[in-house]
Write a protein that binds this ligand. Sequence first.
Ligand SMILES: Cc1cc2nc3c(=O)[nH]c(=O)nc-3n(C[C@H](O)[C@H](O)[C@H](O)COP(=O)(O)O)c2cc1C
Length: 221
Amino acid sequence: MNIKQLIESRYSVRSFLDKDVGFEKVKSILDTANSAPSGGNIQPWKVYVLGNNSKNELITQALNNYDTGVQEDIEFEIYPKPLAEEYKKRRSQCAADMYDALSIARDDIDTRLKQVRENFKFFGAPIGMIVTIDKSFAQNGWGHVGMFLQNLWLTAIDEGLGVCLQESWSIYPKTVKKVIDCPNNEMIWCGIAMGYPNNEHPINNYRTSRDSIDAFTSFID
Ligand SMILES: Cc1cc2nc3c(=O)[nH]c(=O)nc-3n(C[C@H](O)[C@H](O)[C@H](O)COP(=O)(O)O)c2cc1C
């Protein structure tokens, strides 16, 4: 696959095969992702790779939070409030596409919530990771971590793996921090579910749409 094909073939994988991915492979992917650019070469990314014990512990605690309605103080708003119409429309379409692929009716809230719950199992992925960033970084530093994450994702695909980034973990910062034991100056940005994609599952068999470049590009004379 050339780079264009690699970028265009990327999608969020939310069902995985029960097949191990060794830490050696994870290390090699992180090593490649680490070539990402960052302003001033500050390299603000921090990644916690969970072993089986910590992954199971985090899943148990997060599912307990989810099932009992625990709400923790969040460190950032995942979406601005209110979300402008242009973005709200895309967000609703994104959800509709996924639930259509799973044949879940729009008003079937219980089944939708069950699907959201899968986030807190890392969608069954053999590898779960948590990405944090020093709280002192604002938008600029977050952008740099984004470069790292895209590198990681594309490298994983090149290794035959699939990935889903998960901002959902940011709703339980207290729980996540307790399990990964990260210093207080860090905040939880997102999780990463990674493993071999289950190509039979309908959730991996639809693709999200994109507006044309006219929606975001202005060529100025
Ligand atoms: C930073 C980030 C966080 C995300 N968090 C979640 C998440 O918590 N749960 C989820 O199912 N998908 C999550 N996604 C996946 C997006 O929904 C997905 O990228 C988007 O709908 C476009 O679809 P595609 O990745 O299949 O092209 C996240 C993506 C990014 C970049």
